[in-house]
Design a protein around this ligand. Structure first.
Ligand code: FMN
Length: 326
């Protein structure tokens, strides 16, 4: 068995309105080792609702992804998160939304390296857990190697421990919406490999368009970690290979029906709190991706709108009968 595999070798990308707490609970059933992230939470929101941080108390290997540009407030939130047990604090420097541009957080902060530097310094001086960033390879016309190198160099000197780099630049101030900013322009993995080559002691993870175990292994020859978002949501069973093939630990059950059944008691507990069934089970619905009967499974659930509204687990139990696993 290989030793000393870093805990961030594989990371599940934060995705607003997708990787919520129900989704993360489900993903933990599929991989015990991978690093999980909260969805992006703005520091102003944490200030008003600090209770949100408690949602992840006692969860292993979870990172708080935070957004904002105020060093003092960010460090206050980082301190609270450290007390609760988060593994790392990750500053979002990749969100291209119009809201983030208007309020000067996310990807547009890559135009303001000194502000980012102050934010990182303030947080890293306040806590002992790692401060990391999730960033783009560039923004608008700041998309060359020198820009990226200087940006990373500055943040290393400010106390940033690790970089998760989305291999696609962000196009801001244009009529390109958030969705398009995830498919254009082209991915550039080589620039991230070059960063790792030139900063051999700094931990670098790569993100963007990665889909298979084979892809993951290929990237790990050049960088320290791999992060995947959309492909996991589309086909969560990919995660059942991660513990065995990336962390070289015990493998996870590969029977999706057993996995769904193992979620029943959690679903019932959440239903009792008044959470709608569809909110809890949405991340689960793709578990049968590529399996015979998966369309009928989903159609059955969505055609039973009345039953869905009753928030009774039976609709999920009945839908399972459509799945034909050999
Ligand atoms: C619906 C959606 C929501 C996202 N929300 C966040 C977020 O909250 N924080 C963040 O850093 N990135 C967010 N992202 C970007 C992803 O984390 C990731 O960087 C991007 O999808 C590229 O990786 P992938 O090709 O593996 O999906 C989001 C992406 C999508 C599709």
């Amino acid at each position: 068995m290989k030793k000393n595999i870093p805990y961030f070798r594989f990371e599940i990308a934060p995705m607003l309105k997708k990787t919520n707490k129900h989704c993360r609970y489900f993903y933990r059933k599929l991989t015990k080792k991978s690093l999980l992230y909260t969805e992006m939470i703005h520091c102003n929101f944490i200030k008003k609702n600090p209770i949100i941080l408690l949602e992840n108390k006692n969860i292993d290997n979870i990172v708080l992804q935070i957004a904002g540009n105020k060093p003092k407030l960010l460090s206050l939130c980082a301190k609270q998160a450290e007390k609760i047990g988060y593994k790392e604090i990750n500053l979002n420097l990749g969100c291209p939304s119009l809201r983030s541009q208007k309020n000067n957080f996310g990807a547009c902060l890559m135009h303001h390296p000194l502000i980012v530097s102050d934010c990182i310094k303030s947080m890293s001086d306040s806590v002992s857990i790692p401060i990391t960033v999730k960033m783009r390879i560039g923004i608008n016309n700041d998309d060359n190697y020198d820009f990226l190198h200087k940006f990373i160099d500055l943040l290393i000197n400010s106390g940033c421990s690790r970089f998760i780099i989305h291999a696609r630049k962000a196009l801001l101030y244009k009529k390109i919406n958030t969705r398009k900013n995830l498919i254009i322009p082209k991915l550039n993995y080589k620039i991230i490999y070059k960063i790792k080559y030139n900063f051999p002691n700094i931990k670098i993870s790569i993100n963007g368009g990665i889909k298979t175990l084979l892809d993951i292994k290929k990237h790990l020859k050049y960088v320290d970690g791999v992060m995947i978002g959309r492909e996991i949501f589309k086909n969560p069973m990919i995660l059942t290979d991660i513990d065995k093939y990336i962390y070289h630990t015990k493998s996870i059950s590969k029977n999706p029906i057993i996995i769904v059944k193992s979620m029943f008691s959690y679903i019932e507990k959440e239903l009792k709190k008044g959470i709608p069934l569809i909110t809890i089970i949405t991340p689960l619905l793709n578990i049968f991706y590529g399996v015979h009967g998966s369309h009928n499974f989903k159609n059955f659930i969505f055609n039973k709108k009345k039953i869905l509204k009753k928030n009774n687990l039976d609709v999920l139990k009945k839908a399972l009968s459509f799945i034909k696993i050999k």
